[in-house]
Design a protein around this ligand. Structure first.
Ligand code: OAD
Length: 233
């Protein structure tokens, strides 16, 4: 730990579970109420834009009813107190890392509170429904879609993420099932480049055997304890 200079952290739905947001693959999770291909693909959007816009309007609205938990706050503390470089990458489209105090979060799967205009391709901060086809704040076309990465689309800022993974001393994966690539492959990328790798998850993920170390339990307990360890060392 004494040599620790560069950390990359990847978070997934599990870090927001204790805040009350369903994970994707849990019983009662989002994919169980809707087929993935209906609400999380460009084809689904073309087929039934009302369903898709309504689905994300509902998820955006639900953010107002949840709060960050001790895991989000612990990572924000690490961001502000860690002396080295830290890249916090999340697959989550919620804003709980930011509301927990994190200043710099890379949302590789986009954000509920952002709109992407399919006419001018500009992304704008967004905190209102889209179902009634509001105009794009930039070009005024009624062509907004949620700025979330759907299946078949390229996650954001992959070059920056891979550059950090290859330089990292430590890669930590928190609350993610390891079922969705490219994020599921980050552990191998980091490990091949020489990083130590740690999983913090409620249960063994699909890729748990790729990690040097895995700790299993709720993120609200594991993450603050790990942050304490890093800052205390
Ligand atoms: P998943 O729902 O696939 O996995 C969530 C993981 O969190 C599981 O391994 C759970 O065991 C774990 N978990 C649940 N509660 C937890 C807790 N309290 N503390 C710690 N861990 C807990 O969610 P993701 O891995 O984030 O992509 O899913 C990855 C991507 O799949 C999502 O970003 C989304 C989805 O398709 C897109 O929409 C592109």
């Amino acid at each position: 730990m004494a040599q620790l200079e560069r950390i990359v952290i990847l978070t997934g739905a599990g870090i927001s579970a204790e805040s009350g947001i369903d994970t994707f693959r849990s019983a009662g999770g989002l994919w169980e109420q809707h087929k993935v291909e209906d609400v999380a693909t460009p084809e689904g959007f073309m087929r039934d834009p009302d369903l898709v816009l309504g689905f994300y309007d509902m998820r955006r609205e639900a953010l107002a009813k949840v709060d960050p938990n001790p895991a989000h706050r612990a990572l924000a503390r690490l961001e502000s107190e860690f002396d080295g470089e830290l890249l916090l990458v999340t697959q989550n489209v919620d804003d709980l890392h930011e509301r927990g105090g994190a200043k710099s979060v890379l949302h590789m799967h986009g954000e509920l509170k952002s709109a992407l205009c399919t006419a001018c391709e500009v992304r704008s901060p967004w905190d209102a429904p889209m179902g009634d086809r509001p105009p794009c704040p930039v070009c005024q076309a009624p062509s907004l879609r949620p700025d979330v990465v759907w299946f078949g689309e390229m996650p954001y800022q992959m070059e920056r993420i891979y550059a950090s993974l290859t330089r990292a001393d430590l890669f930590v994966s928190i609350g993610t099932s390891g079922a969705v690539y490219p994020a599921a492959g980050f552990v191998q990328e980091a490990r091949m480049a020489g990083a130590r790798t740690l999983e913090l998850n409620l249960e063994p993920s699909e890729g748990t055997h790729f990690f040097h170390e895995a700790r299993h339990g709720p993120a609200g307990e594991l993450v603050p304890a790990w942050v304490e360890e890093v800052l205390g060392s």
